[in-house]
Design a protein around this ligand. Sequence first.
Ligand SMILES: [Zn+2]
Length: 208
Amino acid sequence: MNRNDWPPMLIDDAGWCNLAQRRPSPNFDARPASAAIDLLVIHNISLPPGQFGGPYIADLFDNCLDCDVHPYFDQLRTLRVSAHFLIRRDGSLLQFVSANDRAWHAGVSSFEGRERCNDFSIGIELEGSDFVAFDERQYRSLADLTAALQQRYHLRAVAGHEHIAVGRKTDPGPCFDWNAYCALVRQCEKTDGDPLALHFPFLEAKPT
Ligand SMILES: [Zn+2]
């Protein structure tokens, strides 16, 4: 899935992506009526931690994870969480919650003085960990999805979970290349001829 694919990635009026596999999760509710959707939050997840490719992340978000399969899963029995999107290692995209609705991905969080980031953000999980480089295909899908969401919601900024839940969360972590991601998003802007004006407040400062 990349910007050369046809049809192009789009988010429909109901908040669903045309190129994502849909796995509707029960773990969502309505956003507050006053909430603008203007923040993108990047996460990483792998289940069991550090292992890629199994069905377990989607099963967790759909409340059908068999918690007897692995010792680590025992602590997840009562967890009710979701993200709007998951990008797997091969770049394939799954969607669990309409971006119009509130997914349960951020927890206790704050961005630029605003609490409860779930109210006004869209959450994207990358299958990965804090210790392994992400796949190039994931960056391409993420950039395409970012551009599609930007077109629909006029997002203002992108942050990592670690930036909005400081000291509590570490994802997407040091292996996530913010500069590479930003560069791909800027390419999408050029291709579309539509300045996204998306802000990356946690981009590492690069020498000019
Ligand atoms: Zn997270």
